[in-house]
Each structure stands twice: as structure tokens, then as C-alpha cells.
Design a protein around this ligand. Sequence first.
Ligand SMILES: Cc1ncc(COP(=O)(O)O)c(C=O)c1O
Length: 382
Amino acid sequence: MPNPTPQEQMRVNPDFTYLNHASIGPLPKKSYDIIQGGFKLQMEEGERKIDYPAIEDLWGLLRNNGASLVGGDKAGIAITANTASGLHIVAEGLSSKYIQGSNIIIPDNEFVTNSYTWQQIANKYNIELRILPTVNGFVGIDIWEKQIDENTVLVSLSHVQSGNGFLYNLKEITDIAHSKGSLIVVDGIQGLGAVPFNAKKLDIDFIAAAAYKWMLGPLGKGLFYTKPEHIDLLDSILVGWFSTPNFRELYHQPFVPWEDARIYQQSMIDPTLNGFNASLETLLRWGVSETYFHIIHLQDYLINLISEIDGFTISSSLEKNERSGIVKINHKESESIVRYLETLQITVSYRAGGIRISPHRYNTKEDIDNLVEGIKSWVRKN
Ligand SMILES: Cc1ncc(COP(=O)(O)O)c(C=O)c1O
């Protein structure tokens, strides 16, 4: 039997045109079936069918697949709940480094998760949060160069900006940060799964991302990666019974943690982990490079069609190395266009004055045709 196509693997309601993966990605059918089956067993059998060795095997697979997606060592991968929980492993884990006069740096247009985290740390430890100005939606390399200094503990930024889809050249920023003795923390939620990533090549220290956008994973799960050599650098802040290889010993005993990033995992019996693994396997089988290529191809098709309609401009960068899964179109009535499209069952997002469009590997040119027809129909009515 031939392998199912990406369209066959997804079960988005066929009445919809869904181009909104930068918000929440739908689950592949296989992931959903696995998760539902796991909860059915819990409903009917409680603990009876819980197979601890199988759970350990699953963590192994999941962390292997996570390492492939991130392009880093499995030893540095931990499964988390979302982006925020991954960022906090670093944020509180580095507390001993927050000394008088030190600073943390972020761009001025970060999604709030990656802004609140560092605002809270700066307030709590009484250090400076240096917020860098963006021009055209990103911080220029000259500004990073000027602002990162010897007192910078860490720089944190989104690989892909959620509002406009700008893809940072992380290696340039990482090299500057490292040359000043600073660490780099990446919010990876808008990139991982849509844009090829290689933590080793980019020399990234930490990356955190939830699974529910481009990874097509379940809500409530995420990936965290640290360079394995930084595990000693981070105080572990939230440990649980699975933070040690001795998790079968249930009562008080000396705590001997995992020597790898599993120390950051707490309670790990959860059918959504199985579903998350199925999502990663689906994605890795599609191939992230192929997925990125497909998305850019769909965007180019869209951009061509949109350029023929008066009043619309593309506000995302179209430079080859600055493109991601997100493309943003501007129009002075963007908000009402997005609301109108929703009445036609076409889902995109209104973001910062524009229309944010975020297709995935299983979307087709017909989906883009539907979107463009919807926009033209709004134009005719207005
Ligand atoms: C850049 C970015 N970071 C974080 C989040 C969400 O964080 P969390 O995974 O903690 O829900 C979003 C959601 O849109 C986002 O775009």
C-alpha cells in the first residue's frame, strides 16, 4: 500500500481552509487516535495497563525525535509543557548569574511569553532588561553588536517573529553573544517544524518550544533543549519522581538526578506523549526541509496572486534567508477582512495591522486559491 499523503494524514474539517499554523496546528489523525486510545485505557482500566518499561522506551523515541528536529544531542532534550515552561528552566536555572550590574536582552516586539519571562526575572533579581528597538520588525545586526556587552547574562529572541514571520540569522547573533560571554536562549515555537534548525551548527545554548503549532503536536506538550554541557550551569528548579533514574523507588531516598536533561521532567505518564511522538514522526517523515520548501512555494503562489489586487502589500521580508512559515499581508482594513474570511470558513489571523497567513505541508494551491477568492469577494463587496 502506498504511504498516505500529508493530506490523508490530516483530518481538518474539509469545509474549512485552514492557514493558521502560527496559532494552533491541527493534530494528525494518528496522533489523535493514539491519545484518545490512551485516555480510554485510563478511563476503563486505571493503572492496570500502564507499562513502565514501554513508557521509558517512548521517552527514548520522543527525545530522539526531538533531538533530530532540534539538531542537537539527545542528552540535552527534555519534554516540557509549553514554551514558557522551557524558558523558565533557563530563567530560574541561571539565577546565580544575576548579579548587580548584569543585564538580559530581548527585542521590543517579542511575543509576550518571551517578554514576561524576562521582565519577571529582571524585577525579581533587580537587574536590567535591555529592550532593543526593531526597525521593519527586527533588530538589525549593528544594534545587537552595540548592545550586547560583557555584563549581558543572556540574549533571548524568537527564531521567527510571530507577528511578521521574520527569520533571524541566529548564528550571527550567537557569535556576537558568545564573544561577549553571553548565552543565547531561543523561543523556537514559530520555527521548529516549519523551518530547518540545527542547534549544533548555530551554536545555540537553549531552545524552548511548544508542540501545538508547527510540530502538529498536542496542546500541553513542548520541547526544551540545552547544550548538554550547560546542565551543570542550570539549577534545577522543579523536580519530580521522574527526574531520577530511580523513579520506581517510591518513598523517601537520596535524590540522585538524571545526568542529562531528563532532570527537568517531573511527571511523565501521559498519553499525550505518545501522540506527540506520532506527530514528530509524521513531521520527520515529511522532512522539515521539504516542508519548508513546500510552504515557501505556496507563499510565492499567494504573493503573485495578491500583487494583482489593489490595496494589498506584503509586509514580511521576502529575502531568501529571512522567510519562515509566516507571511503577512497588509491592507488598511485587515481586521475586517480576517473576520469576513472566517465567515467563509477560511482561517488566518489578524496580527499587528495585517493578515497573517501560515500554511503547512499538507496545504495545497487550492487552499491558497480559496483564500484569494475570499479576499477578492471582500474587495467586491467593499
Ligand atoms: C513566539 C511565541 N512564543 C510563545 C508562544 C506561546 O507560548 P506557550 O507555548 O507557552 O503557550 C507563542 C504563541 O503564539 C508565540 O508566538
